[in-house]
Design a protein around this ligand. Sequence first.
Ligand SMILES: Nc1nc2c(c(=O)[nH]1)N(C=O)[C@@H](CNc1ccc(C(=O)N[C@@H](CCC(=O)O)C(=O)O)cc1)CN2
Ligand SMILES: Nc1nc2c(ncn2[C@@H]2O[C@H](COP(=O)(O)OP(=O)(O)OP(=O)(O)O)[C@@H](O)[C@H]2O)c(=O)[nH]1
Ligand SMILES: [K+]
Ligand SMILES: [Mg+2]
Length: 467
Amino acid sequence: MKLNDTIVALATPSGAGAIAVIRVSGPESIAIVSSQFEAKSKKVLKEQPTHTLHLGNIIDEQQIIDEVLVSVFHGPKSYTGENTIEISCHGSPYIQQEIIQLLIRKGGRSAEAGEFTLRAFLNGKMDLSQAEAVADLISSENQASHQIAMQQMRGGFSSEIQRLRQELLDFASLIELELDFAEEDVEFANRDQFRDLVSRIQQVLKRLIDSFATGNVIKNGIPVAIIGEPNVGKSTLLNALLNEERAIVSEIAGTTRDTIEDEISIGGIGFRFIDTAGIRETEDVIEGMGIKKTFEKISQAQVVVYLSPLTPEGGISNTTILEIEKIKNRFSQKPLLIIANKIDLLNEKQIAILKVSLSGVEGTQFLPISAKTGEGVDELKEKLLDFVNTGELRNNNTIVTNSRHYNALLSALEEINKVQEGLNANLSGDLLAIDIREALFHFGLITGEVTNDELLGNIFANFCIGK
Ligand SMILES: Nc1nc2c(c(=O)[nH]1)N(C=O)[C@@H](CNc1ccc(C(=O)N[C@@H](CCC(=O)O)C(=O)O)cc1)CN2
Ligand SMILES: Nc1nc2c(ncn2[C@@H]2O[C@H](COP(=O)(O)OP(=O)(O)OP(=O)(O)O)[C@@H](O)[C@H]2O)c(=O)[nH]1
Ligand SMILES: [K+]
Ligand SMILES: [Mg+2]
């Protein structure tokens, strides 16, 4: 990691597009680009004020490579905190590479993955959790994950952690000061106030730790397994939910042999639907493997949708009800939604019968739908949303999505609990201070006050080049 280098990278996706943006950052960035740029206005680029935009040509040995727009940022007023130039050129891969290679010949070097954002962090433009949120923001695909990443990037989470860390630090300093006056037996750090602080920190940590379950689910999409006997219409339902012909549908039982997954956003939350092989006793080895996988998928799912066939009279058969009981016993903790499919085949009298038989099974939610006509599919989507605890999201509470942060929070809580035990046991200040310092260390890991090259390497290696 050489911060004195001037780094160059394509900031837009590689390949052809209308426009491409090349980023250059570092001490020589403005000088290097200035020497290869002829402004239409005849102005000299390196004499231009920060945050200005200039039209002109990129020149290599009197040859024009492209007509471009160049933006100038003077450090520290830039994304990276360094002198930065952005070149918007025409989106041909040839032009992009010609310009990048030219700038490297003139003293730049290729940026590593995440190096622009790493520099922003090292130059104090953002803390570590904000930098990590930049990557989450780029990969966010629905409203909920976007909202969480945006809040984190704007520093919501950081400032919460920072505040607690500062208060704890103040107490640590007072307690450590007491050690210098050991003979005099003074107490600079009021123990009652400190007890209050410790319990406040415990509460915040517990809330943040609990939010990880929600955060994880929101980040990855809530897995919903669609299960049921062969031919009940599982694949038809998947297609209806996704609004595309994703899975093969046929009247032949056993059509779906392997699981099929796809994601959609419902009410701003990502749901990952998993169409599975029909469950039944089978001699067919391949289908049997599919069924084994179905049980695996049920255990991974957050919600299970059980599609039930209808009897010729329009009810739910006793064998189906037994089947549902088996699943409930096997996966007792799983939210289970029972769906009676193909209600388009029923007349009004039969629907009435169905409603009676639907109300017969206790503790289970039933929903009549037609995957084929789409009737009831919106109600199903609403029911699925009900399963998700969106309270935290609605209340704009901080939600932890990053497992690195989660682990640091767990360790911080462990240390804070030790501090509390120490307080209760009237432990001496020097021993209390050790646990407080440990807790501070874990807080610092989240925001990046405590860091090392390996940690930074791990985080930024997962970024894209140019970010
Ligand atoms: N062309 C382009 N678009 C982009 C970015 C970029 O770097 N370049 N961004 C990159 O991710 C995002 C915008 N983020 C940015 C954040 C700060 C500054 C910046 O110049 N900050 C200065 C000046 C602030 C001011 O005007 O007061 C500073 O922080 O001091 C620029 C972009 C998204 N779009
Ligand atoms: N009338 C009617 N037919 C449906 C409905 N849903 C599915 N079907 C039909 O039922 C048959 C089986 O549908 P699939 O979606 O392949 O059923 P599956 O549960 O995925 O079947 P397997 O993958 O073989 O287990 C097809 O002929 C569908 O057109 C529905 O709501 N109404
Ligand atoms: K089928
Ligand atoms: Mg199928």
